[in-house]
Ligand binder design. Structure first.
Ligand code: PHE
Length: 341
């Protein structure tokens, strides 16, 4: 009867844990079969001769049945695992999200590429700039009124009393380039610039691209030709008409602001011909004082420089109407205007 009872328990064990419980309760130290075996010690030799083989047979039988059941349960467990972990190769692919190139980065790349084709290298300078590079060497000394025009962000002075600034324009890269390279120089310097100014058309951080050419016989015609070639390529038009208006910058003499002919139709600006003019950049011939500050002999070298707001160029080219959208990190806007890498 015990034999049948145990056999029933073994086949009722539905998983490996339940089976282990049955094993402990039968063959374990205090298990039913083990208890019976212990009883053999107190029997007479005759009884033991009879019961011994029977109990041994029971013990072996139970062990065999448990082992067989174990194998069955393990196979079932493996089957279940294989079923659960199967990869369904027919499921549709989950497309992972990918970013896009920000329009400002895209436009910077386009500008760099156009100027590369004109023989310009890309130069860089730090955003946190010395007063010397941002102002003094650019012919803007301490008391110069132009300093007030720039709404400068100043950093706390260091131990020597030197006060760094967030560069207010990319023009300090002119200085860094002239101090570190021999002419002929042909560079552009795109990058971030900062002014404490914030409204619908100004953000405290914005982008400019500087241009600088220094050589032995560079003149205004080269400046105009370079800008025309650049603007034609950038706006992808056959011709542009420029208007050079006399202006003033401490670091150029003469200085001029450059307007491009365009038409404003229905809220969009078309660069090319038309009855309107759009101011796009400041420029001029590098001031003699700037050449001197960079240890260049003005009798040997001269050149031109220009500085242009990149954000506005991007808005014009891609028909964006809100400058602040560039810096809002609105994913819908970025998906719409971003460029595939
Ligand atoms: N740095 C000037 C500005 O930020 C632009 C400029 C650059 C003008 C180079 C002339 C020459 O307004």
């Amino acid at each position: 009867a015990l034999k049948e009872q145990i056999a029933a328990q073994i086949s009722a064990a539905s998983d490996l844990n339940a089976l282990e419980e049955v094993r402990v309760s039968t063959l374990g130290k205090k298990g039913s079969v083990s208890q019976l075996m212990k009883g053999l010690g107190g029997m007479s030799p005759e009884e033991r001769k009879e019961m011994g083989p029977a109990l041994n047979g029971l013990k072996n039988k139970v062990a065999e049945e448990i082992a067989a059941r174990k194998e069955t349960l393990e196979e079932a467990a493996l089957d279940a695992r294989l079923r659960d972990e199967r990869v369904d190769v027919t499921l549709p692919v989950q497309e992972h999200a990918s970013g896009s190139v920000h329009p400002i980065s895209q436009v910077m790349d386009e500008i760099a590429e156009i100027f590369a084709s004109l023989g310009f290298d890309v130069a860089e300078g730090p955003d946190v700039e010395s007063d010397f590079h941002n102002f003094t060497a650019l012919n803007i000394p301490e008391e110069h009124p132009a300093r007030q025009d720039h709404d400068t962000f100043y950093l706390r002075p260091d131990a020597n009393g030197d006060r760094k600034v967030l560069r207010t324009h990319t023009s300090p890269v002119q200085i860094r380039t002239m101090l570190s390279k021999e002419p002929p120089i042909r560079i552009i310097a795109p990058g971030r610039t900062y002014r404490s100014d914030s409204d619908a058309t100004h953000t405290p951080m914005f982008h400019q691209v500087e241009g600088l050419v220094i050589d032995k016989d560079t003149h205004l015609g080269h400046l105009k030709g370079t800008l025309e070639a650049f603007l034609k390529a950038f706006f992808e038009v056959d011709a542009v008409t420029l208007r050079l208006r006399p202006s003033y910058f401490p670091f150029t003499e003469p200085s001029m602001e450059v307007d491009v002919q365009c038409s404003f139709d229905g809220g969009t600006v078309k660069i090319g011909d038309g009855n309107d003019w759009l101011e796009i950049l400041g420029s001029g011939m590098v001031n003699v004082n700037v050449l001197k500050a960079c240890n260049l002999d003005p009798n040997e070298y001269q050149g031109f420089a220009f500085g242009c707001g990149i954000d506005r160029l991007a808005m014009l080219k891609y028909g964006m109407n809100d400058l602040r959208a560039f810096f809002d990190a609105d994913l819908r806007w970025l998906r719409h205007y971003g460029f595939r890498a």
